[in-house]
Design a protein around this ligand. Structure first.
Ligand code: SF4
Ligand code: SF4
Length: 123
C-alpha cells in the first residue's frame, strides 16, 4: 500500500520528503520543470516501497502511510497522487485539477495554516 501526500503540503511544498526518499518516487522535484506549476507534491503509488522515511521528514504531517489510513476529507487526493506523472503534461494537469477541486471543496481546511491542517483532518 503506497504512502499518500495530502493537503498540508499545499502552501508548504518544501521537498523535505524528496530529500529522504530512497527510490525517488516523490515528484515533482525542485529540479523538474513541473515544480513551479504544481500546488503540492505526489507519491507514485507503484514506485513507493513503503519505507516510511518521508513521514517524519514532513514538517506538516502531510503524509499518510496508506490510502486506507488517509482521512475521509483527503480521499480525493489519493487519486491525485495516483495519476501524477513527471513529464506527462496531461497527467500533471489531471492531478492539479483534482487538487484544485479539493481546495474549492474544503475552504475550512484551507483557512487553517498548513502546520495545523493535519490536526484538523480528524475533525
Ligand atoms: S514511504 Fe519511502 S518510498 Fe514511499 S514515498 Fe515515502 S520515502 Fe519514498
Ligand atoms: S515534506 Fe511534506 S510539505 Fe514538504 S513537500 Fe513533502 S509532503 Fe509536502
Amino acid at each position: 500500500m503506497p504512502f499518500v501526500i495530502t493537503d498540508p503540503c499545499i502552501g508548504t511544498k518544501d521537498s523535505a520528503c524528496v530529500d529522504v526518499c530512497p527510490v525517488d518516487c516523490i515528484h515533482p522535484r525542485k529540479d523538474e520543470p513541473e515544480f513551479a506549476q504544481t500546488t503540492m507534491l505526489y507519491i507514485h503509488p507503484d514506485e513507493c516501497i513503503d519505507c516510511g522515511a518521508c513521514v517524519p521528514a514532513c514538517p506538516v504531517a502531510a503524509i499518510y502511510d496508506s490510502p486506507d489510513s488517509t482521512p475521509a476529507s483527503q480521499k480525493t487526493l489519493i487519486e491525485a497522487n495516483s495519476v501524477y506523472r513527471a513529464g506527462d503534461a496531461g497527467a500533471v494537469a489531471q492531478a492539479e485539477e483534482i487538487v484544485q477541486s479539493h481546495v474549492a471543496a474544503h475552504p475550512d481546511l484551507m483557512a487553517v495554516p498548513p502546520t495545523e491542517r493535519a490536526a484538523a483532518h480528524a475533525k
